[in-house]
Every structure is written in structure tokens, then in C-alpha cells.
Design a protein around this ligand. Structure first.
Ligand code: NI
Length: 190
């Protein structure tokens, strides 16, 4: 396996149409394994083929793990998905805003509205058809990755022109918000 270089904006490949995958051969399996390794190495929760310079309808996704009381990863609580030729065929009316980053837009995060739940159909790494319903953060990651396959980026969908920050700015903002909240909701007792 090998780590693939991740392209960043304004690379034109991030904006182009991507071909459906038609051959589920050894070459594809190797590309998928390399994408999984690249995503993990970059601490990403998703990676789409155009982000590694391949114009294909393919993305890999790995959800964050559940944590125990000490903040350690509980093994077996990450879900790995390989999605090929995916199509969102149903979306919930409810939308929710959340903060997203992208390995192709390093150093920034932005606020984006996404459907709380979606239904997706597509194919797995062996070409078998699947249908799934996703919720919350997993649904958000799927929407972000499937946007990549259509040449779209989260910066196209910000909740407002000001809803983008550098990672440092956002960290400061969060600390300030937390401090403010503590002021308003003092802890009971000592
Ligand atoms: Ni991305």
C-alpha cells in the first residue's frame, strides 16, 4: 500500500465531473486500499477519488470512534465505508448546521447546512449494490464526499460569507463561546 498525494484547491480536478466506475478489478482494489491508507494517515474521515487525482465516482469514509470515559478510542466503533457510483435518492426535510473541514482545503473550517438524514444507493468495492440510510455526522460526511464526486466543495455551501475560519480562529472562537457559556450557566455547587 502507499500514501497518495492529496490535491488542494485550486486544482481543476476538484471541479470536474467524475466517471462511473465500471471495472471492479485488481487495480481498483489497490486504489481503494491506498485511499484508505491515505485518509487515515491524514486523519481524515473521508476521501474522494478526485482528491487523489482520479476522476472516478469513488470515495472512502471512516467515522470517528466512540470514546470511553477517559477519552480513549473504543475499539471496533469506527465504521469504514467504500462507496462507488453513489446516489442520494432521499433526503430528510430537517437540516442541521455543522463545522466541516476538507483535506483539499487545508487549515480552514466552515459552517455548512446538511440534511440530518439521507438514503444512498450505490455499489461496494466488489460492485455489489447497496442501499443505506445514514444519520447525523455520518450523513454529513457522506454528503460532503458525494459533493466531491460532483465537483462541489463545502466552501460552495457555507451558511454565510463569514462562515469560514482558519483552524486557529475557529479554536479561539470556540474557547470564547465556552467561556461565555460558563458565565451564563455557572456550575452548581463546588
Ligand atoms: Ni473534502
Amino acid at each position: 500500500m502507499s500514501i497518495l498525494p492529496i490535491v488542494t484547491i485550486p486544482d481543476k480536478g476538484l471541479r470536474q465531473k467524475n466517471r462511473p466506475v465500471t471495472r471492479f478489478d485488481a487495480e481498483l482494489q489497490q486504489l481503494i486500499d491506498n485511499m484508505i491508507e491515505t485518509m487515515r494517515e491524514a486523519n481524515g474521515v473521508g476521501l474522494a477519488a478526485p482528491q487523489v487525482g482520479r476522476p472516478l465516482q469513488l470515495a472512502v469514509i471512516e467515522t470517528l470512534p466512540d470514546l470511553d470515559d477517559e477519552g480513549n478510542e473504543i475499539e471496533g466503533t469506527r465504521d469504514l465505508y467504500v462507496i462507488i457510483n453513489p446516489e442520494i435518492f432521499w433526503t430528510s426535510r430537517e437540516v442541521t448546521s455543522g463545522i466541516e473541514g476538507c483535506l483539499s482545503i487545508p487549515g480552514y473550517v466552515g459552517e455548512v447546512d446538511r440534511h440530518e438524514s439521507i438514503r444512498v444507493r450505490g455499489q461496494d468495492r466488489h460492485g455489489r449494490k447497496f442501499r443505506m440510510r445514514l444519520y447525523d455526522w455520518t450523513a454529513r460526511i457522506f454528503q460532503h464526499e458525494i459533493d466531491h464526486l460532483n465537483g462541489e466543495l463545502y466552501i460552495d455551501k457555507l451558511t454565510g460569507p463569514e462562515s469560514i475560519w482558519t483552524e486557529e480562529e475557529y479554536e479561539k472562537l470556540r474557547e470564547a463561546q465556552k467561556a461565555k457559556q460558563d458565565e451564563h450557566d455557572p456550575m452548581m455547587g463546588d
